[in-house]
Design a protein around this ligand. Sequence first.
Ligand code: DC
Length: 218
Amino acid sequence: MDIPVLTIDGPSGAGKGTVSRLLAKQLGWHYLDSGAIYRALALEITEKDIEHGSISDIVEAALAMHLSFECDKEFTVLLNGKNITNLLGLESTGNSASKIAVISEIRAALLKKQHDFKQAPGLVADGRDMGTVIFPDAKYKVFLTASASERAERRYKQLKLKGIDANLSTITTDIQERDQRDSERQFAPLVPAADAVYIDSSTMSIQAVIAEVLSLVR
Ligand code: DC
């Protein structure tokens, strides 16, 4: 049986995570947060004191790490049995992940881990290269974006809600730098797949985005 895959690619802060998790729940499909894999590897490198330039050591760590995702009431990520969910969400983890993600050997080492998520009855895959590189034959593809200022504003509000001190102009600069690095890298850059449906969520609610994506799938 052909297992359906819905890919949701886009820049950081476009709402991919929230939208993808809710869609996976509504469809009863599995969920792959590929960014969490890059983020977990970034944490593993720090934990193991591996230098950013030591590609073979990073590849070894990537192949050895054991990751599991729990998507019940809350989204939880375990790295080698340890709950790393809170550390994963830090801006610094996202920035380190974006830096190691430019290296092709590292991307190749993470390929199988991502393919393994494709299981019946279906998969919602969230990332940067889900529709272009990891699941190019996916039945449904979405490119979800929003303006950089709107994404920075959302991130700022999220951090404030969590009681974390945040500065809007620093967040905006970080987002712009990350967009540039993710889009201009040589391997698997952030670009919409030719056959992806483009959704700009700048002025849309989460529910409106979900309704639009569900209308593609149903
Ligand atoms: O989606 P995110 O913010 O959790 O991703 C963190 C970084 O990981 C992102 O800036 C680039 C990298 N990444 C990637 O290169 N390819 C993916 N499919 C997902 C994330």
